[in-house]
Write a new protein. Structure first.
Lengths: 376, 376
C-alpha cells in the first residue's frame, strides 16, 4: 500500500507480534491462538490476562494464586489517596488514571525486585480502586475502603462503584467485556506503549502513554460517544430520523466500522448478546431497541457494522456504570494487552523511530530581530 | 528499505512535516527552513520556540509579548505544590515532570478557552518551576518562591536551581542547548505525542506520552549516560584505556552515532564549542580533555561521531546542573517541538495505527480449566 497516500501507517507492518491476530482476511480475532468467542464463553478475565502476559493459559493452581495475588494488591497507598483527593471532581476520569499511574511510578518504581510483571499485577488490581476512590470521595465526601472480598476485577470494580455486591449477571457481563477489550494487536495505545518501551523507558511511562492515547474519541473514547448517541433518542423511529439527518450532514457516527476489520468486528456479536440479555433482565424497552435500529440503518445506508464500542455502551449502562467511566473500564482490560506488548517489545527491542516526508520551507537566512517587519 | 528486516520503522515514512529536516543526505538540521547553526548563533530559545509553534520568526513586539507571557505563567498552583511535596525525594526527575504535567491537566484542562497553544505556553514556563520546586523541597525542606525576574527560561531555571542570578555565559550556554534540543522531526518522543494526538486525545496526554518516551536511555536519557561515562575517568589516558576495554567487551557507548544522521550530528560542533568555552572559563582541566579523547577514540575505532548528547553532558555539568536533571532540561526544550508536531498532526489528522506481522501460535481450542495439566 502507498503509505503517503493512506497515512497513519495504515497497512504498514511496524513489527512482529505473537500476541494477537486481528482481522486476517477482514475477520476474526485470536489471543495467543485462542478464538475470542471461545475465550469469552469459557474463560474469565484473569485467565485471559494471564494468557496474554505469560503466553499460555494458567492451570487451576496458577489461576487461583494469580487471583489471590491480585486481590492482595488492591489497596491504595495513603499518599496516592491524597493525590486522588487533590484531583478535582471535574477531572476527566482518564486523567485520574493517567495521573494516579504516573504518581504510583514515583513511589513504587520499576526495579530489579519490582519488575514489569509485578507492576502489571499491581495496576490490574489497583486501577478500579483508584478510579472509584476518587469518584466516591468527590461524590459523597467519603474515603471508601477498597476491600470488597470480590474474587474478580469486574466484581471488585462493580462492588466499589455500586456500594454493594453486584448480581452474577452484571458481574459476568463486565467480566466478558474485559475479555473483549483486553487486547487488539498494534492499536494506537498499544503502539504508543511500545514506542515508549523502545527507548528503554520504564513500565509506568509506557502505560501512561497508552492511557493518554486511549483517551481520544477515535480510540477508547468511542464507547462514551456511542452512549451519548444512543441515549439521545426516545424511540427507535426517532433514532432512525436522527441518524438519517446525521448521515445527510456527513457527521461521524461513533461505534461503527474499524481500521482493520473490513467485514465485521468479531467481538460485536458477543457483546450484543450480553446487551440483549441485560435489557431483558433489567426490563429495558428503549436502549436496546434504539441500538438495533441504529445498527440496521448504518448497515443499510453505509454498509458499516457495529464495532465492540457500540453495544458495550448499553452493556455498561445496564450495569450501572456512569458513561465517563466507560473508557477507564477499557483501561482495566487493556492493561493486560499493553503489558504483553511491552514485554514482547523488550525481548527483541529496537528503537521505534520512523522517517518523515518534509514539505516545509526551503533553506532561508535568519533576518536579525531588529530588521523584522510587522507580523503578517 | 525492508521494514521487517530493519525494524523500528527505520526508513519508513510515517507522515509529512513542515517543521524540521533532519539529516537530508546524512547531514544538516533546519527548523522551518533555518539552519541550526544560524539559530544557535543568532536567536534565543524563546524566539525558536515561537518559530516552531507558529511557523515564522517573531518580530520584536511579538517576542517581547511572548517573553512577558511566559514570565507570567511560571507560578505553581498550590495543589500542584502539594503534589510535588508528595512525590518522594527518590523519584526519577522525569517522573516528576510526567506526574506534574498529568496533574496540571486535571486542574487546567484543555478547553476552547484554554487551547493547546495556551497549554504549551504554560508548560514551557512552568516545567522549570515544577522540577526545581520538587528538588529544593526535598533537598532543603524549603518551599521556594518561583519568582526570579529572569527574562529567559534558561535564566529562570538556573536562578531557581543555583539560588542566585546565573552569569551571562552560563545562561547563554543553557539557552543555546535549549535551541539545539528544541526539535528533531519524528524522533520517538515526538512520534509518541503524534500518536496520542491522532486519537483526538488532549494536549496533556500527548505531552505525558512524550515525556515518558524521552525518559529512556536510548533517547533523552543518553546525555545522563554520557555524563556517567565521562566522569568515571581521572585522565584522558585512563579514558582511552577504559573505552578500549568497553569496545572490546562490545558495550554500548552512549552519546555517539545517530539513527538518522550518517556522517555527523550538526548540533555537536555547536555544543562542543560551548563545552570548550565553559571549560576554559571554569578552569576545567579534566572533563573536556577526557571528552575529546573519547571522541577521538570513537572516531578512530568505530567511525562514530558524537551526537548532541555527548558534549551537552559536560556543558550542563559546567553550568552546575545535577546529572539527573539533564533529561528534564531536554523536556524544557523539546516541549516546543512536541507542541509544533501536535498542532501539525491535528491540522491534518488520521489515526496512527500500523499493522503487525503475526508470528504466534496457530488457532487452538481452549482446554477447560479442570483439564489443564501442571504448568510447563
Amino acid at each position: 500500500m502507498n503509505t503517503k497516500k493512506q497515512g497513519g501507517l495504515a497497512g504498514v507492518v511496524a513489527g512482529q507480534t505473537a500476541i494477537a491476530t486481528v482481522g486476517k482476511e477482514g475477520v476474526g480475532l485470536t489471543y495467543r491462538g485462542y478464538d475470542i468467542h471461545d475465550l469469552a464463553a469459557n474463560a474469565c478475565f484473569e485467565e485471559v490476562a494471564w494468557l496474554l502476559i505469560y503466553g499460555e493459559l494458567p492451570n487451576q493452581d496458577e489461576l487461583h494464586n494469580y487471583q489471590q495475588r491480585l486481590i492482595s494488591l488492591r489497596h491504595l497507598p495513603s499518599t496516592l489517596c491524597k493525590i486522588l483527593e487533590l484531583i478535582p471532581a471535574t477531572a476527566h476520569p482518564m486523567d485520574v488514571l493517567r495521573t494516579g499511574c504516573s504518581f504510583l511510578g514515583t513511589i513504587e518504581p520499576e526495579a530489579q525486585n519490582h519488575t514489569a510483571q509485578n507492576i502489571a499485577d499491581r495496576l490490574l488490581a489497583i486501577f478500579p480502586s483508584m478510579l472509584v476512590y476518587w469518584y466516591q470521595f468527590h461524590q459523597t465526601g467519603k474515603q471508601i475502603s477498597t476491600e470488597t472480598g470480590e474474587k474478580s476485577i469486574a466484581g471488585h470494580f462493580l462492588h466499589l462503584l455500586l456500594g454493594k455486591a453486584p448480581d452474577e449477571t452484571t458481574k459476568r457481563a463486565v467480566d466478558v467485556s474485559l475479555i473483549l477489550y483486553a487486547e487488539h494487536e498494534f492499536n494506537a495505545s498499544t503502539f504508543a506503549a511500545r514506542i515508549a518501551t523502545s527507548t528503554a523507558s520504564d513500565m509506568y511511562s509506557a502505560i501512561c502513554a497508552a492511557i493518554g492515547t486511549l483517551r481520544g474519541n477515535l480510540h477508547g473514547g468511542a464507547n462514551e460517544q456511542a452512549m451519548a448517541l444512543i441515549e439521545r433518542f426516545t424511540s427507535p423511529d426517532a433514532a432512525e430520523q436522527g441518524l438519517r439527518q446525521m448521515l445527510a450532514e456527513k457527521k461521524l457516527v461513533m461505534g461503527f466500522g474499524h481500521r482493520v476489520y473490513s467485514k465485521s468486528d468479531p467481538r460485536s456479536d458477543v457483546i450484543k448478546a450480553w446487551a440483549k440479555r441485560l435489557a431483558d433482565e433489567k426490563g429495558d424497552k428503549l436502549l436496546y431497541a434504539v441500538s438495533e435500529r441504529i445498527e440496521k440503518l448504518m448497515w443499510d445506508e453505509k454498509a458499516l457494522f457495529p464495532n465492540l464500542d457500540f453495544y458495550s455502551a448499553s452493556v455498561y449502562y445496564f450495569c450501572g456504570i456512569p458513561t465517563p467511566m466507560f473508557t477507564p473500564v477499557f483501561v482495566f482490560a487493556r492493561t493486560a494487552g499493553w503489558t504483553a506488548h511491552i514485554l514482547e517489545q523488550r525481548r527483541n527491542n529496537k528503537l521505534i523511530r520512523p522517517d518523515a516526508d518534509y514539505i516545509g520551507p526551503a533553506p532561508r537566512k535568519l533576518i536579525p530581530l531588529l530588521n523584522r517587519g510587522p507580523s503578517s
